[in-house]
Design a protein around this ligand. Structure first.
Ligand code: ATP
Ligand code: MG
Length: 467
């Protein structure tokens, strides 16, 4: 007796009965569904090892069933059969991820062989489950590196909200780890066993994004040859990650607002409401408040998304994490011949900590990978770093006073005070003594700056006087 379960999806009862009999005789447990939608419902409830599906069915066709298997990464093999025997459709099915196809009328032997082949293939796949689990482990907290206070704050927040269903809005410059954090939120939630579905709202053309998110019915528009499930449906029970949310068109913003409020949506061209059992995680590298005040992003949607704001600090504000991140990335390429014993010299590290990192952690990761590949020696020195990093670091280091500590020591508060004064003078000179602009450069408000100017008794030099 085999312990394998097989699902048959076909709208014709004779076919279901015929296939059931053949496969039950082989010792398989067989269940059946009379259309694609019902098949998906069964697949989402019970584990099946193989699904044998007819191509043409009402509601949702066989390609839709295969698409569901593939996109949800179900541990189930899809085999499609068609009465039309058209090579084109068979190729489509295989391209989509079907394991094999059969043409009608059925030959009992052929069915037995194909199902057996599919099960052998599945056994092989299962050997790889271990690797898949390793992939999941990638998104555990310990793989988000950071001991800085700013990152510790982020970890505490992730810890608090991961287990809830609250919508999280992640803010952060490019490369700060927004997607990494979104995945950690998902894989540390009760939804972890269900899909994490990312959508880059900035990368998909506006006219396609709606059907990408909500799916479409067959014939909804020119080219909609078959019903397609959208990402919200695919994420059912799991989380959807709406990346670059600020790029969403006003029209779609309205639709998204409705999904959040009513927890349901329709496919493009469809009338039936579909429940959205999805946790929403969104991310942006823009200042969304600005997008709202300039009318590009709906205020009501902003508030709906911004339930739990999570700010990822740029790398330059947590340079103390750099050594640890480097160690982490060196460990990420264990297969590389030399990465194991590789090290960055003190000088190199100090340059890396003075550089501004416009591309943040991604830029650092790329740099480490590049060094590993290019360096001939296990010790990477400042001179080995890319020119742009060295030039950037040199510019940055001018800000830090190069003082030699005298034997007698110095007075810390006087030194700090002098440093502050010099920085303020730098900002004022750079902004032609326009205090508003200087305040912006220093990330303080104007009143604070005016107070400091008074305290430091600074005066506008004559060359800045507008005559
Ligand atoms: N704290 C961290 N610890 C370890 N790796 C990190 C950390 N932050 C980011 N990374 C790595 O840096 C790279 C960029 O991260 P991610 O894609 O999450 O950034 P992002 O903010 O989504 O960027 P973008 O805005 O460009 O999409 C990834 O390879 C990620 O694994
Ligand atoms: Mg990203």
């Amino acid at each position: 007796m085999s312990n394998h379960s097989i699902l048959i999806a076909d709208d014709e009862i004779q076919n279901r009965e015929y296939l059931s009999e053949i496969l039950s005789d082989e010792g398989y447990t067989v269940a059946s569904a009379s259309n694609g939608r019902e098949a998906i419902a069964k697949l989402s409830q019970d584990p099946f090892q193989v699904v044998l599906t007819d191509l043409q069915m009402p509601e949702l066709d066989g390609l839709g069933v295969i698409q569901y298997l593939v996109e949800n990464k179900l541990n189930c093999i899809g085999i499609i059969y068609t009465g039309y025997g058209s090579v084109k459709t068979a190729v489509d099915a295989m391209r989509l991820g079907a394991f094999d196809y059969i043409t009608k009328p059925f030959k009992a032997d052929e069915i037995k062989v194909v199902v057996k082949k599919a099960l052998d293939h599945l056994a092989l796949q299962e050997e790889n489950t271990y690797l898949k689990q390793q992939l999941k482990a990638k998104y555990k907290f310990e793989n988000i590196v950071g001991t800085s206070e700013k990152m510790q704050k982020v970890f505490r927040l992730i810890d608090k909200v991961a287990g809830t269903d609250s919508t999280v809005l992640i803010f952060g410059e490019s490369g700060t780890g927004k997607e990494l954090v979104a995945r950690a939120l998902h894989y540390n939630s009760l939804r972890a066993a269900n899909p994490f579905v990312p959508v880059n709202c900035g990368a998909i053309p506006e006219e396609l994004l709606e059907s990408e998110l909500f799916g479409h019915e067959k014939g909804a528009f020119t080219g909609a040859f078959r019903t397609r499930i959208g990402r919200f449906e695919l994420a059912s029970g799991g989380s959807i990650f709406l990346d670059e949310i600020s790029e969403m068109s006003p029209n779609l913003q309205v639709k998204l607002l409705r999904v959040i409020q009513e927890r349901e949506f329709e496919r493009v061209g469809g009338v039936k409401s579909i429940r959205a059992d999805v946790r929403i995680i969104a991310a942006t590298n823009r200042v969304l408040e600005e997008e709202v005040s300039e009318g590009r992003f709906r205020e009501d949607l902003y508030y709906r998304l911004n339930v739990i704001p999570l700010h990822l600090p740029p790398l330059r504000e947590r340079v103390e994490d750099i050594p640890l991140l480097i160690k982490h990335f060196l460990g990420k390429y264990p297969k590389n011949k030399s990465s194991k014993g590789m090290e960055f010299s003190k000088k190199a590290l100090s340059s890396l900590m003075q550089y501004r990192w416009p591309g943040n952690v991604r830029e650092l990761e790329n740099l480490v990978e590049r060094m590993v590949v290019l360096s001939d020696s296990p010790m990477i020195d400042a001179g080995d770093l890319p020119d742009r990093v060295m030039a950037g670091a040199a510019a940055g280091s001018q800000l830090v006073p190069q003082i030699d500590l005298p034997e007698t020591g110095i007075d810390l508060s006087t030194a700090v005070n002098d440093f502050e004064k010099n920085i303020i003078i730098l900002a004022l000179n750079k902004s032609n003594w326009v205090k508003n602009r200087a305040a912006k450069l220093l990330h303080v408000n104007r009143t604070t700056l005016v107070e400091k100017i008074k305290k430091q008794k600074l005066q506008k030099p004559s060359e800045f006087n507008v005559s």
